[in-house]
Design a protein around this ligand. Structure first.
Ligand SMILES: Nc1ncnc2c1ncn2[C@@H]1O[C@H](COP(=O)(O)OP(=O)(O)O)[C@@H](O)[C@H]1O
Ligand SMILES: [Mg+2]
Length: 275
């Protein structure tokens, strides 16, 4: 009997915790996503975190790619603890899952590849962990790197994030996926931030953003919905090489064109972020 009541109570608590709306925090939450894999989400997340950290912002990065949790590889660390240890109740304090990276002001909350989450997907476990991090009010920015696709758990992160950044290339299949993402979230959100990778100029990304907006208008997507263009990063051997060497291009090649392009994206992100 008691178990039954407490299970019901827990469900109510979960429902009450479903939204981040009532949480008092100064931590800004940004979820980085894309429909397609391999477009550069994790590369952007790691290097954006580096730029933010070097500007003095305290940043937490949550690796929410359950297919391929690779943020630790990009930071070149081997964490022994992941956020699933918190979900599974192996550690009680959310701070125990914080992993210091070799970079100033960057904390990693590591993920795990291939975690079996389906049995828990209905109890808003990801929402709860994000809420617990926000409630600490310890970070200026929480970046969440998601995996490819628009599955249930990616949607859960999108639902609770006031800021969603779509990373895409100009590849038609990547653009189709971004449009699908925009269509989905335009029914309940008022904006989507967009940045291009493997894209040779700021103007190219800007022109494609305009085409996406025109298509949305033609298809009568929510007219109050805003697609906000942040910038484009070109293709660069230095990005591929630093990635392989487990280093960050924004640090190793701080004067490179691509680093300047990403810095512009970060500036625009800072100007457009909501709490
Ligand atoms: N602008 C770029 N130029 C060259 N290589 C890049 C660029 N952006 C990303 N890469 C490389 O592409 C691969 C996929 O990037 P990744 O960030 O892991 O994509 P995602 O997280 O979207 O799956 C990595 O090997 C990365 O080093
Ligand atoms: Mg990735």
């Amino acid at each position: 009997m008691f178990n039954k009541i407490s299970a019901q109570a827990q469900k109510l608590v979960n429902l009450a915790n479903k939204s981040t709306d009532n949480i008092k925090t100064n931590t800004k939450l940004v979820t980085i996503t894309s429909g397609k894999g391999g477009v550069g989400k994790s590369t952007f997340t790691a290097n954006i975190s580096y730029i933010l950290g070097s500007l003095g912002y305290k940043v937490a990065v949550l690796d929410a790619d359950i297919g391929l949790a690779n943020m630790q590889v990009l930071y070149n660390i081997k964490p022994e603890i992941t956020f699933f240890d918190y979900i599974d109740g192996k550690v009680d304090n959310v701070k125990d899952i914080f992993v210091q990276t070799p970079y100033e002001n960057i904390t990693l909350i590591a993920g795990k590849s291939g975690y079996e989450y389906s049995s828990k997907a209905t109890s808003f476990v990801f929402t709860r962990i994000v809420n617990d991090i926000l409630k600490l009010d310890e970070f200026d920015i929480l970046l969440i790197d998601t995996g490819a696709g628009l599955n249930e758990y990616v949607k859960e992160f999108l639902d609770i994030s006031p800021n969603v950044l779509a990373v895409t290339t100009t590849d038609p299949s990547a653009l189709t996926d971004v449009y699908a993402l925009m269509k989905m979230i335009s029914s309940y959100k008022d904006s989507l931030l967009i940045a291009f990778n493997h894209t040779k100029s700021y103007q190219t990304g800007q022109a494609i953003t305009e085409s996406i907006k025109n298509l949305a208008q033609k298809n009568r997507l929510n007219s109050n919905f805003m697609l906000k263009y942040l910038g484009s990063v070109s293709m660069s051997q230095n990005i591929a090489t630093t990635g392989r060497l487990r280093k960050l291009f924004a640090k190793e090649f701080d004067g490179d064109q691509t680093t300047l392009e990403l810095r512009l994206i970060v500036d625009n992100l800072l100007n457009n972020m909501k709490v």
